[in-house]
Design a binder for this molecule. Sequence first.
Ligand code: FMN
Length: 157
Amino acid sequence: MAAYFDNTALKKAFGSFATGVAVATSHSSGFTINSFSSLSLSPPLIIFNIYKTETDHVDFLKNNSFAINFLSREQEDVSRLFATKDPEKANKIQHSISENQNIILNDTLGHIELSVFQQIDIADHVLVIGQVQNLKTDESKKPLIYYRSKYQSLKDE
Ligand SMILES: Cc1cc2nc3c(=O)[nH]c(=O)nc-3n(C[C@H](O)[C@H](O)[C@H](O)COP(=O)(O)O)c2cc1C
């Protein structure tokens, strides 16, 4: 079937879906993502994708363990930094190292730590399905929102 839209129209349509923003981290570094989605409660699974030409997914998944850090509305600068290729980016943001050797960012809405349940190669992307191993949430914080290529935040109630 011939496509009757161009890439600009496609990006605009995809960008109409507002998302939260997270940083996927593992043993050495991390990168900003908005392709996160919960997948199943039992077993506890999530999915996100890695753009293989941008991120070294082999190194990222090397230990079979990673974390997803959900950003708060005060962390737009963290999102921007982790969307760069700065090799020192993780050292520029306060963090701790978990027992599984993952980088856990400070001051987020919360994070989950996962093991790799399955990975699926599709063209330039690898879809990663992770199984939640542990988690932490801070209910006092509000999320950072990404919508039509811009950062937004929810209005206070
Ligand atoms: C809002 C936003 C969402 C992004 N979502 C993804 C994503 O879901 N998957 C991905 O591979 N890259 C995503 N990126 C791009 C990566 O953050 C970027 O390619 C990465 O930081 C490159 O650095 P690295 O080589 O250290 O991994 C996103 C960027 C932004 C700004």
